[in-house]
Design a protein around this ligand. Structure first.
Ligand code: SF4
Ligand code: SF4
Length: 309
């Protein structure tokens, strides 16, 4: 006997996210195959085993019984050559082409998007275009750059489509010299000089020491800015706009650390805590910047990392 189910039904039954059920099916953990419509089929014994694993009673609905002839026909159909789908090319940027079935074109994402309609931006349209392999067209639009990456669309999506990952991949497709605004320049500056605004090491260390002296004069007895203190518990990274334009803002943090008796330090190099590769879709640069912070953690033997952003 075969058991027929929808992903959403099984997710609700076992109290897991529907993506979890899809992952189980894709990985073979759940021995199910595609059935009619958006349903799946699995052996009833396998369904019972799953129930046992979750410590619950098998739940059988009349619609769960499937005619064996129907199953045979489905298996025959499964072995027929796939029809060619117009426009669905190997260029698709969706790593998981099942998105073509996953997206319901319900438009919930567009309803949730705070900037839907701005310059024609519509997350549902973007997902459809991506599924159809229209990446060149998407790459040339400004939609991925207008998107604030707030994730409201993704959170609202009933099908679990990873719209945020799609937006970032689209950003990453742009030639770097066509990335709008200063964010790619910031990434390059950070890679070359250790922070987004290119503040030299000596200037940064001088500023930190000077702010420390000011704090001591303001009543923090014995305060000295802890730069490159090996063995400090917390490594504090810095948003470069603070030393550049708002240095006094750093003092608020430092006052709290001092009052709490915290063991903390700042690195004199690669101290930038804002990773603009995240915004520009540049995964390689992002990894490099993260790797430098990890190196600082190891070099200074810190246990805890504090990122300002
Ligand atoms: S909310 Fe999800 S399923 Fe609905 S149109 Fe948007 S991406 Fe597709
Ligand atoms: S992440 Fe982008 S597309 Fe999604 S809701 Fe936010 S602004 Fe709209």
């Amino acid at each position: 006997m075969m058991y027929e189910f929808r992903v959403s039904e099984m997710a609700e039954e076992f109290g897991v996210h529907r993506n979890t059920i899809r992952n189980w099916i894709n990985s073979g953990t759940l021995a199910a195959k595609e059935g009619p419509g958006r349903k799946y089929l699995m052996k009833f014994e396998d369904y019972q085993l799953l129930c046992e694993k979750f410590g619950r009673q098998a739940h059988i609905k009349p619609s769960s019984y499937v005619d064996p002839d129907k199953v045979r026909k489905l298996e025959e159909d499964a072995h027929r050559p796939e029809p060619m789908v117009l426009g669905f090319t190997e260029k698709t940027i969706c790593a998981d082409t099942s998105w073509a079935d996953t997206c319901l074109t319900c438009g919930t994402c567009a309803s949730a998007c705070p900037i839907a309609g701005v310059d024609g931006l519509d997350p549902r349209k973007i997902v459809r275009m991506a599924v159809l392999g229209l990446e060149d067209e998407l790459k040339d639009t400004n939609w991925p750059w207008k998107c604030t990456m707030c994730a409201k669309c993704e959170n609202a999506c009933p099908a679990g489509v990873e719209i945020m990952a799609l937006m970032r991949r689209l950003r990453g497709l742009r030639d770097r010299d066509l990335v709008p605004g200063p964010i790619h320049k910031g990434v390059v500056t950070c890679l070359e000089r250790g922070n987004n605004l290119g503040i030299p090491k000596d200037d940064f260390v001088f500023l930190c020491e000077e702010l420390g002296e000011e704090l001591e004069e303001e009543g923090l007895e014995g305060f000295k800015t802890p730069v490159d203190v090996v063995g400090a518990k917390v490594l504090v990274t810095v948003n470069s706009k603070e030393p550049f334009a708002e240095p006094d803002d750093m003092k608020y943090w430092w006052r709290i650390f001092h009052a709490a008796g915290e063991s903390w330090t700042i690195s004199s190099e690669n101290w930038e805590g804002v990773n603009w590769g995240l915004f520009s879709g540049d995964d390689e640069s992002m990894k490099t910047v993260v790797g430098r912070i990890v190196d600082n953690m190891r070099r200074l033997k810190c246990e805890v990392l504090l990122l300002p952003e």
